[in-house]
Structures are given as structure tokens and as C-alpha cells.
Design a protein around this ligand. Structure first.
Ligand code: PLP
Length: 395
């Protein structure tokens, strides 16, 4: 019999499956060019050519027993981890070594490893709404729970007063995500400095360190030259989770890393615990061939300009029509205020216009919808008249 604890997930998943099926049915009925599917955060830009070339070169040049074998250390190849550390040091003026890097199976496994390393059952993780819904599921995996700090519209910068008030003796970590899914907001340096002060004060008050888990799969997807500050420089007790899912368009390859700085509290135990956590959670090590690909492609980037063009078209198009939204500075999402109160109802109305979008309450933020603009540019252009009709229907 299926575990009772899994049943809420099964029920939640059938809603997602129903949406996929509906999308496929609509594409078959109306033609895929007439369905405006903004529901999924799947990259719309192919991986850079260098990635495919690196795979071929590695297959030709490297020892098959090594590239397909278990890693000696669960943290990954020593030379790959050093390449990642050197890259970060060059970009951010940090001083990481291979010892601070743990290769992971995408950001998802990195976050689970970070949580297993830090959290005991009953511990609390604070998250700023709106946030990636899986955080709650990941925390639950470790007997912990997420408490949402209410959203702070229209800037959607984290509500720092809310953070200060929310800290309790159960608080072990705050999870942050910038550039943000679903708002596209980038947290400023001032925000991070103030957050660091609050967490330092809060840690002293409750008598144990509060960690930042910085979830950064969209770090490179930043527009208009906006700075995405590197969080470890502002707060010592920070673990960074990174992934190449979006930055190199490799979500199916499942590759990323954690940065566990030497400055964190109880570093020696934490680094070993993280190494063991990956193993006991069943990841064992990150995919070995793709680790080597990532290292060879460390300087490569995806076609940011394509996402930027989409961002401008959808933001300008929707605001011109009369929708309210915050201009995203990063990632590939737009968070739009719903013209009616009920975001689920609004998504149902949108579907009738062949527009597929996700309700804000899936991100602990009702009254908004998320659009993933990682789609073909023509889809955005063709969708705009339908968004106009949809808005007209609400007045
Ligand atoms: N964190 C956020 C905010 C995401 O949006 C995603 C994926 O969409 C992930 C984590 C998971 O990323 P990965 O595919 O690297 O596991």
C-alpha cells in the first residue's frame, strides 16, 4: 500500500498532470502555435555547442573507467571542484578551494543535501513568499518545515522586518533565491547586508547560528547589467546551491554544486556531513561525465539575449495592455497581479483563451500568476491579443 504521507503529493501531482494533459489536448485541437504555454520553467534556448563538443572530446580523450565510474569522493572529482572554486574566486574575489565545493545532482539534490546537513526534525526554515514550492517538500524530507514570510509587493525584495519578527528558537535556516523564481527580482547588496545584520542578531538571540541557504540556479540569467551579489561575502553562515540547469540549459543532465565555505560554523563536521548526506540520500555522486563537461564549459553561457528579448516583449506587452507586474531583472519569469482576486479562477479563465499560467498560490502568494517566458518569441507575440481579451473579460 502507498504510504499515507505520499498521498497529498499524489493528489497535488494529479493537478499538474491534468494541466500537462490539457496543454497537449489543446495543442492537438488548435495547433501548438495557437496554445500559449507559459507554465513550465524549461529552458527554451539549446545548450551551447561547446557542451556537445566537450562530451565528444571527453569520450575520445578520457579514461572510460574514470568518466563513467564512481567518484572516489562522494563530493565529486577533485580537479572539477578546483575548477569551480577557481572560477568563483575569479568572478567574486572569494577564496574557495576544492574542499569547499560538493558536486550535486542539480540544485534540487544540493538543497536536500544542505538541508540534511543543517536540519534536525522539528527545525524551521524561513522562506520569503513567493517561493519555489519544492522548498516545503524538501524541508519535510528531513522532518523540518518551512514558514513563509509574507510577500512584499510591489518590489518583492524580502521583507526584512518580517524576517526579524519571524525568527524563533526553531529557526535553523533562511532559504533565499535570487534571481527569483517566480518574480524575477534580484536581491540588492543593501538587502543582503541588512539581512546579514538581522541574522547575526537573531542567531545571538536564539543561541544558535541561523544559516542562509542561497538557491542560485538563475545566477547568470540577469539583465541590464544588474549585479547579483555573492551571498557568502555578506554572511559567513551561508551555503550556496548552484546548478547548470538554466545557465547551460542542461536540466535533464542533473548537474550542479554546493559551496560550503570554510567560515561556516562547525565547518569540519558540516563538510563531512554534506558528503555523507549525498550518499545516504541515494545520490552517491553527481553524474561523472557531466561533471567533466561542466568543468570544460565553465566559461560558457547560454544565449541571455534571447531571454532578454522575451522579457522585454512580454513585460512591455502586458503592462501596455493594463496588467500590473514588477519588471523582472533576472531568471525567466514574470509575476503578474491578477485582475480578479482569485488566481486559480484567473488561470481557469486564461485557459479558455488558450493561455497556460500558474497560480501564485503555488508559490505561497495568492492574487498573482507566474508566466515562464522561456518560450519561443513568436509565442509571446501571438499571445498578447489573447491576454488583452482575457483582461477585458474581467472588467
Ligand atoms: N530552485 C529553483 C528556484 C528552481 O526554479 C528550480 C528549478 O526550476 C530548482 C531549484 C531546481 O533546479 P535543478 O533542475 O537544478 O534541480
Amino acid at each position: 500500500m502507498t504510504a499515507k504521507s505520499m498521498m497529498p503529493y499524489v493528489e497535488g501531482n494529479s493537478a499538474i498532470r491534468a494541466m500537462f494533459e490539457e496543454g497537449a489536448r489543446m495543442a492537438a485541437q488548435f495547433g501548438s502555435e495557437n496554445v500559449y504555454d507559459f507554465s513550465l520553467g524549461n529552458p527554451s534556448v539549446p545548450a551551447p555547442k561547446e557542451v556537445d563538443q566537450a562530451i565528444r572530446d571527453i569520450l575520445d580523450e578520457e579514461d572510460p573507467l574514470l568518466i563513467h565510474g564512481y567518484n572516489k569522493s562522494n563530493s565529486g572529482y577533485e580537479d572539477v571542484r578546483q575548477t569551480v572554486a577557481d572560477h568563483l574566486n575569479r568572478l567574486h574575489g572569494t577564496a574557495f578551494t576544492s574542499e569547499n565545493i560538493l558536486m550535486t545532482v542539480g540544485a534540487a539534490s544540493g538543497l536536500n543535501i544542505a538541508m540534511k546537513t543543517l536540519l534536525d526534525p522539528g527545525d524551521e526554515v524561513l522562506a520569503f513568499a513567493p517561493y519555489f514550492v519544492e522548498y516545503g517538500n524538501y524541508a519535510k524530507n528531513h522532518g523540518a518545515f518551512v514558514t513563509a514570510i509574507p510577500a512584499n509587493p510591489p518590489t518583492f525584495q524580502p521583507d526584512l522586518e518580517g524576517l526579524e519578527k519571524a525568527i524563533s528558537e526553531k529557526t535553523r535556516a533562511v532559504i533565499i533565491n535570487s534571481p527569483n523564481n517566480p518574480t524575477g527580482v534580484v536581491y540588492s547588496e543593501d538587502t543582503l547586508k541588512e539581512m546579514a545584520k538581522i541574522l547575526t542578531r537573531g542567531s545571538a538571540r536564539i543561541g544558535h547560528p541561523i544559516f542562509i541557504i542561497s538557491d542560485e540556479p538563475y545566477r547568470e540569467l540577469a539583465y541590464d547589467g544588474v549585479d547579483v551579489p555573492y551571498v557568502t561575502k555578506y554572511y559567513a553562515n551561508t551555503i550556496v546551491g548552484y546548478s547548470w540547469s538554466k545557465s547551460l540549459s542542461l536540466p535533464g543532465e542533473r548537474i550542479g554544486y554546493l559551496v560550503i565555505p570554510s567560515e561556516i560554523d562547525d565547518f569540519e563536521n558540516a563538510i563531512q556531513a554534506a558528503n555523507i548526506a549525498g550518499r545516504v540520500l541515494g545520490y552517491v555522486n553527481a553524474p561523472t561525465l557531466i561533471q567533466r563537461v561542466a568543468a570544460r564549459c565553465i566559461e560558457c553561457s547560454t544565449d541571455i539575449d534571447a531571454y532578454d528579448r522575451n522579457r522585454r516583449t512580454i513585460y512591455e506587452g502586458l503592462t501596455e495592455i493594463g496588467y500590473e507586474c514588477t519588471k523582472p531583472e533576472g531568471a525567466f519569469y514574470l509575476f503578474v497581479k491578477t485582475p480578479i482576486e482569485d488566481d486559480v479562477e484567473f488561470c481557469a479563465m486564461a485557459k479558455k483563451h488558450r493561455i497556460l499560467i500558474v497560480p501564485g498560490r503555488s508559490f505561497a502568494c495568492p492574487g498573482y500568476v507566474r508566466l515562464a517566458y522561456s518560450v519561443d518569441h513568436g509565442t509571446i507575440q501571438r499571445s498578447l491579443p489573447h491576454f488583452k481579451d482575457l483582461l477585458a473579460e474581467t472588467v
